[in-house]
Design a protein around this ligand. Structure first.
Ligand code: URA
Length: 422
């Protein structure tokens, strides 16, 4: 097979054959295809797209590039959630114990934050002693006994994706729906879950800002999941503003515990319960997640998961040494609080990283003291910025200059869950 022939087929808008796809992905993973040819193929896919059957074979080849977890010994229905990432998105921290408390097993393989969106592992590492590393045997045992794990994805799950993502990043081909969908779904299918709920975000803080693109990505991923025997559905959710009030690491753990204790911000509770209901339904269970939250059972499972992975909440969460506030310029209602700007501010305060190898600060972050729809008087604080390093305040404040809009009337709120795609 000649790589130039495969590139030509895609360049001219044709469909790659099943054997051709498997040949390319196998050799690409083994580093046997020069980057210039692989990059040309990715650009041809970016420009020409992929047919649905072609994309299924492509996704399967990416799954086959590495290991697949065997969760058959877990003894409970398995169901997971994947979010395309947003600012203040700490839903996994609440959802994993909540759905486990409803009787399912949630094998959450998570990542770290990059850029303005945070990562679940970075957040949980703010808890003293907590570790994202579990052996495959320990994962199955914890899923069976406790019902949930939150661990780092290993290098052996869909290694083709790791290499391909690095090349997409430097060739302006990240933003392609078939490439995004196969990247996400290959990792999720390889993790061995029976069912999957996707939280596909749109809006200023989202990876795909326009709702139509988010909808197309969601429908594509739902199709791939179901074609691979994983019962899959997607919620299309608004990410114009921060989810909840906290964006950072320890501050998001604190807010998640508030929800597990029956409090917390209403939007965070609403989205978590909507995702939990969909997961419980796909798992074939008839428990009501609202009951598991209200009874305190989800909080107990959270403690069990944290303790099983070495975390010690009795030591408390770390606190920032330095805090400042951003005040309202006028009186009125908050009509906009831009998610992306708050995410970038939290990142500049130290909560996020620019390069994969950078450390993150557990204490840095932004607290939204006021959110869209709430009243504020001139001079009252709207945002609180926290950091370990006061030299970071100026850069964080600079990105927030136009982040808050105040008007005389509250604006009509957008529904948080715009649609469900099954
Ligand atoms: N997240 C992924 O895992 N892959 C993509 O391509 C985009 C977002």
């Amino acid at each position: 097979m000649e790589m130039a022939d495969l590139i030509r087929i895609k360049r001219d808008g044709g469909r790659l054959g099943d054997e051709q796809i498997r040949w390319f992905v196998e050799r690409f993973t083994a580093d046997e295809i020069p980057d210039e040819q692989a990059a040309a193929m990715l650009m041809a896919i970016y420009l020409r797209g992929m047919q649905s059957g072609e994309l299924n074979v492509w996704t399967q080849a990416m799954i086959d590039s590495g290991d697949t977890l065997d969760l058959s010994g877990v003894g409970r229905p398995t169901v997971d959630k994947h979010s395309t990432g947003g600012v203040g998105d700490k839903v996994s921290l609440i959802l994993v114990p909540l759905v486990a408390a409803c009787g399912a097993a949630v094998p959450q393989l998570s990542g770290r934050g990059l850029g303005h969106t945070g990562g679940t592992l970075d957040k949980l590492e703010a808890i003293p002693g907590w570790s994202p590393d579990l052996s495959p045997d320990a994962m199955v045992t914890q899923l069976r006994d406790v019902g949930g794990i939150i661990v780092g994805a290993t290098a052996d799950i869909a290694p083709a994706d790791r290499r391909m993502y690095a090349l997409r990043d430097v060739t302006a081909t990240v933003d392609s729906i078939p490439l995004i969908a196969s990247s996400i779904m290959s990792k999720k299918i390889a993790e061995g879950t029976d069912a999957l709920v996707l939280d596909v975000k749109f809006g200023s803080g989202a990876f795909l800002r326009e709702i139509d693109r988010a909808r197309e990505a969601a429908a594509t991923m739902v199709r791939i999941g179901n074609a691979h025997g994983v019962r899959t559905s997607a919620l299309l959710t608004n990410m114009d503003t921060v989810l909840g009030r906290a964006a950072g690491n320890a501050v998001e753990v604190r807010e998640s515990i508030d929800v597990l204790e029956g409090g917390g911000p209403a939007d965070l509770v609403e989205l978590t319960l909507a995702l939990a209901r969909e997961m419980v339904s796909l798992a074939g269970l008839d428990s009501d997640p609202a009951d598991a939250l209200a009874s305190g059972r989800a909080r107990e499972v959270f403690d069990e998961i944290i303790a099983a992975q070495g975390g010690d909440l009795s030591k408390g969460l770390p606190e920032a040494a330095h805090r400042i506030t951003v005040e309202a310029a006028e009186s009125g209602y908050i009509t906009r609080l831009d998610a992306r700007s708050v995410g970038i501010a939290a990142w500049r305060l130290g909560a996020g990283r620019s390069r994969k190898q950078d450390p993150v600060s557990p204490v840095a972050g932004v607290i939204c003291l006021r959110k869209p729809g709430e009243r504020v008087s001139a001079g009252e604080p709207v945002l609180e910025l926290r950091t370990h390093d006061p030299d970071r305040f100026a850069a964080a404040e600079a990105v927030l200059v136009d982040a808050v809009a105040i008007g005389p009337e509250p604006s009509t709120p957008h529904p948080l869950v715009a649609d469900i795609i099954r």
